[in-house]
Design a binder for this molecule. Structure first.
Ligand SMILES: Nc1nc2c(ncn2[C@@H]2O[C@H](COP(=O)(O)OP(=O)(O)O)[C@@H](O)[C@H]2O)c(=O)[nH]1
Ligand SMILES: Nc1ncnc2c1ncn2[C@@H]1O[C@H](COP(=O)(O)OP(=O)(O)O)[C@@H](O)[C@H]1O
Length: 202
């Protein structure tokens, strides 16, 4: 379970989309949200957009691994789509906030890799939120007001990358993923091979 978090506008969606396009081994965890779709966002790809009633019913029915309220809207990770994949040992990418990261870490323990994406500066964060052109001035002001509070949670992540140059930052994320996949504890498929190597020779 690879988690990407950042203050809004630092670039996690950009990194996530590129990773999903280039790495066929990892699948997205598509969240459910009460937030309205932004122009260009696709139902079932970026989010499942639902009403407040539907979200509350899903929460009551225990349909989420975790959920949280961010910027006045609710966001949740639905269990159904990832349960089977996780059993099969597939990699999943989560674009979730620090609250969801804490909840998933408690549930999944060592199977979680957490990356926090920092902007190169607060001024650049503002430029990116404005340049994205998807949010009103009011929404941008709200996200900027929350950015520093979100950055204070950077120390509960395993890795921190600064998204200054997108290519350099993306390369770092790929390196983290490559190294994590090579961890001995994740390479259970190698056990028969190692047993073979250890057989007495001759
Ligand atoms: N806990 C939790 N956070 C989520 C989930 N889906 C999205 N988020 C977070 O909600 C925040 C707002 O997301 P969004 O409205 O798409 O704006 P963004 O920050 O520009 O990507 C971001 O920090 C996301 O990482 C989820 O299922 N659970
Ligand atoms: N390294 C970068 N340099 C310049 N602009 C970037 C960079 N990374 C992302 N952006 C732009 O900044 C805006 C916010 O990025 P986005 O991925 O939507 O952030 P988040 O998902 O963290 O809110 C988008 O318009 C995106 O194209």
């Amino acid at each position: 379970m690879l988690i990407l978090s950042s203050p809004s506008g630092a670039g996690k969606t950009t990194i996530a989309r590129r990773l999903l396009a280039e790495d066929s081994e990892i699948r997205p965890s598509v969240s459910v949200t009460t937030r309205a779709p932004r122009p260009g966002e696709v139902e079932g790809k970026d989010y499942y957009f639902v009403s407040r009633d539907t979200f509350d019913r899903m929460a009551e029915d225990n349909a989420f691994y975790e959920w949280a309220t961010v910027f006045g809207n609710s966001y949740g990770t639905p269990k159904a789509q990832i349960r089977e994949g996780l059993k099969e040992g597939r990699d999943f990418l989560f674009d979730i906030d620090w609250q969801g990261t804490q909840q998933l870490s408690q549930k999944a323990g060592t199977d979680v890799v957490r990356i926090f994406v920092l902007p190169p500066s607060i001024q650049e964060l503002h430029r990116r939120l404005s340049g994205r052109g998807t949010d009103s001035a009011e929404v941008i002001a709200d996200r900027m007001a929350r950015a520093q509070a979100e950055i204070t949670h950077w120390d509960s992540y395993d890795y921190v990358v600064v998204n200054d140059d997108i290519d350099a930052c993306f390369a770092q994320v790929r390196e983290i993923l490559a190294a994590e996949r090579m961890k001995r504890t994740r390479q259970t498929g190698l056990i028969p091979f190692v047993r073979e190597l250890l057989k007495p020779q001759g």
